[in-house]
Write a protein that binds this ligand. Structure first.
Ligand code: SF4
Length: 205
């Protein structure tokens, strides 16, 4: 079972396959993995011991960043994620990033975002669309209309806690929607990165 894998010069952590969304561009629909790595579908959700054991045994030579990412939404297991991050910070000098849909406030309303402080160096949040209606069309969250606002609230809160916060959008939406996404991001003072949709999973970050 693949909990850690290397991709694009970083170490990626795959701690859950759960996700409350069904994005139209999700690579999980097209592939079981990224790059040349083994399947990222987990046999079971690994506990902290399994995660730290897999981390210790992974050859991390030359890898300076750990990214909590898919196959799933890593903040589905926010508590385990932070315990893992604490372990990594205690044992290495790796930078830590989370790639998230920003919906932890709906996934787990009890989660205290201040727990990210000092453990997470950067967060990349999927903006995906410029308004709630188009967001739901692209992201298809199980939470319905609430999701877009919750994601923006998370981004605003994270900005005061984590050193680097970025939005991303995948170019499956129109140029006009991307222009409006830029305006949303600018209004919040958060940089926006536009990702290209590549079906053969060459790019997954
Ligand atoms: S949030 Fe991420 S893992 Fe979940 S469906 Fe969207 S792209 Fe896939």
């Amino acid at each position: 079972m693949t909990i850690f894998y290397e991709f694009g010069g970083a170490l990626y952590a795959n701690i859950t396959n759960k996700c409350p969304c069904a994005c139209t561009f999700c690579i999980r629909k097209n592939s079981d993995s990224v790059g040349t790595n083994d399947s990222l579908w987990l046999e079971h959700e690994p506990d902290l011991n399994e995660i730290t054991g897999a981390f210790d045994s992974f050859d991390k030579s030359g890898l300076k960043e750990l990214v909590f990412c898919g196959y799933g939404e890593p903040m589905e297991r926010a508590d385990i994620l932070l315990e893992t991050a604490r372990y990594v910070k205690e044992h290495t000098d790796m930078k830590i990033r989370i790639n998230t849909n920003g919906l932890v406030g709906l996934i787990n309303p009890r989660f205290d975002i201040s727990g990210l402080k000092g453990l997470i160096d950067s967060i990349s949040i999927s903006l995906n669309a410029p308004d709630a209606e188009s967001y739901n069309r692209v992201t298809r969250p199980k939470f319905g209309e609430e999701a877009f606002g919750a994601m923006l609230s998370f981004a605003k809160a994270a900005k005061g806690i984590v050193g680097e916060v970025k939005f991303t959008v995948v170019d499956v939406i129109s140029a006009e929607e991307i222009r409006r996404c830029k305006a949303v991001a600018a209004e919040l003072g958060i940089p926006l990165r536009i990702r290209h949709y590549i079906t053969d999973n060459v790019k997954y970050e």
